[in-house]
Design a binder for this molecule. Structure first.
Ligand SMILES: [Zn+2]
Ligand SMILES: [Zn+2]
Length: 242
């Protein structure tokens, strides 16, 4: 099933102009099976989601995009914010108990064109542009279940770097548009194995490595990127919550 795994709407992100009804209409037009609502400040309720979906058959998954000390993280399978989520290691601990999935979003945004904004992940680790090996050894990465290697709001060089790091690590990859308006929805997509019906099921699939990033569905040129040797998925992906 094809999802846009990173979208912001007016309901939960003050910087978005994308109305939920408009999102559903556009997602269907583009051929998406569903969308992950990775809002900045709000966790959708089941009722709200059902109301927006109506009879359309599209799937909307509640999620969050959290600002952490390792950069932005998409958190799928948790209900609402908790203050410990801002600490990426603690977020990892929380997820290992709850079964939530953590996707490090646009992990290397600003790495190759540093301006006033820096790539928090590499600055902290002292990793320079081009040092894919060094980046793959950043300890924060061990808490992520997948890396977002296609982000529609990130330069291609930064996305490519994330793809190379995910490939070295054999990590599952995801794609999302990071759309804040109708424009560019499905520029990044994620092929999800199976048939998840709710955030917990989607999280389980991500943790098991059943996701793969794709790009350019919105312009009719969808192609996928494989980062994992499915035989050697990272250890923590095999763990199930106790
Ligand atoms: Zn972000
Ligand atoms: Zn975002």
């Amino acid at each position: 099933m094809l999802l846009d795994l990173h979208v912001h709407t007016t309901r939960g992100s003050g910087d978005s102009s994308l109305r939920p009804e408009e999102l559903v209409e556009e997602a269907i037009r583009l051929g998406l099976a569903g969308v992950c609502l990775t809002e900045h400040t709000y966790s959708w309720t089941d009722d709200e989601i059902e109301r927006v979906i109506g009879e359309t058959g599209i799937r909307l998954f509640r999620a969050l995009e959290v600002e952490t000390d390792a950069g932005h993280a998409l958190v799928i399978g948790e209900n609402g914010y908790h203050s410990d989520m801002r600490n990426f290691a603690l977020l990892g601990e929380r997820a290992s108990k709850s079964g939530a999935a953590i996707v490090l979003a646009h992990p290397f945004r600003h790495l190759h064109a540093p301006g006033p904004q820096r790539c928090i992940l590499t600055v902290k680790a002292g990793v320079e542009p081009g040092d894919v090996k060094g980046a793959s050894e950043i300890s924060f990465l061990q808490h992520a279940h997948a890396l977002e290697v296609v982000n529609g709001a990130t330069p291609e060089t930064d996305n490519k770097f994330a793809l190379d790091v995910a490939t070295i690590l054999g990590y599952p990859s995801t794609g999302g548009s990071d759309a804040h308006s109708k424009h560019g929805l499905a520029s990044g997509v994620t092929e999800v194995d199976g048939d998840p019906r709710n955030p917990a099921e989607l999280a389980e699939i991500i943790r098991a490595g059943g996701v793969k990033a794709g790009v350019d569905l919105h312009v009719g040129r969808l192609r996928f990127m494989d980062t994992q040797d499915r035989e050697t998925a990272p250890d923590h992906d095999a763990q199930t919550p106790s």
